[in-house]
Ligand binder design. Sequence first.
Ligand code: PLP
Ligand code: COI
Length: 339
Amino acid sequence: MNGIDWSNLSFGYMKTDYNVRSYYKDGKWSTPTETTSENIDIHMAATCLHYGQEAFEGLKAFRGKDGKIRIFRMRENALRMISSSHGIMMAELPVEVFEEAVIKAVKLNERFVPPYGSGASLYIRPLLIGTSAQVGVKPAAEYMFLVFVTPVGPYFKEGFKPTPVVILRGYDRAAPLGTGTIKVGGNYAASLAAGHIAHEKGYSAVLYLDAKEKKYLDECGPANFFGIKENTYITPQSSSILPSITNKSLMQLAEDMGMKVERRPILEEELATFEEAGQVGTAAVISPILRVDDLDENKSYVISKDGNAGSVSTALYKKLRGIQEGDEPDTHGWVTIVS
Ligand code: PLP
Ligand code: COI
């Protein structure tokens, strides 16, 4: 189908047939409509370009063995986009408009939803931007919401194989009372330089420490962090990390599997005690962590002794993918079937 090598897709952009757009003007959102254009035409003084009035989301659709397409926890992404819009003074997009646009974008591009068993999925990228002109630092009066989709493979080329991550003390991603808890483009711009250094040195990602005390684990550049020990799933509590929908789901699944779940500050030194650890997110799914190097302090924490994913991470990964692809019952009502 389509001549696409589904099993060897990377996490990149591929043109699909349509994207879906809705516009906010005079206090109202327009009905989402499709276009084939990959370009947008906005004013050169648009607030998204100058003052970072931009928020995005990331979610996925999967093809099941039954041929049906399932979108994972779409409502959670709609609610998080509302939280992002409040954080940077953008017009609030109603959950129903978000869901309508996402479903429309998936249906119109159905031929790009990877087949069951390929390991690939359809990545859905909603985007909200301030489009009207301002020169003073003020919010825009007009906004555009757009949803495009693209088929993707693993975010880290190693897939489910453990990779090393690095602590770089010279860089922060987000301030404690800043924008770390919302999904705005500026956080990712702030992570590019450290991310580049990490990749150059052979690490899959930066593991950020809390920006104030530089003592506690925050999260990775594109994903939350979790550690496992003594049948407990432990993930950071912090005022500067994104509330990951994947992490929230894994906390529930860990509890369902009879594990204890702790959400609390995690001192860097606690890394030495974890039996397993991983990066979690829509793009990353679960990417097990091999080792954490704190280069400035000359410390190294080996997590995976044999270089393989641990049993708990593997069980959680299988359960999550099973629900997403329809092989496991959707007992928490996380899945929207679109066809
Ligand atoms: N943390 C950051 C900084 C992210 O960019 C993402 C990706 O969305 C996540 C965590 C994981 O969030 P989610 O599981 O909702 O995709
Ligand atoms: C996601 O997991 O959806 C993300 O947004 C992470 C990254 C691609 C920015």
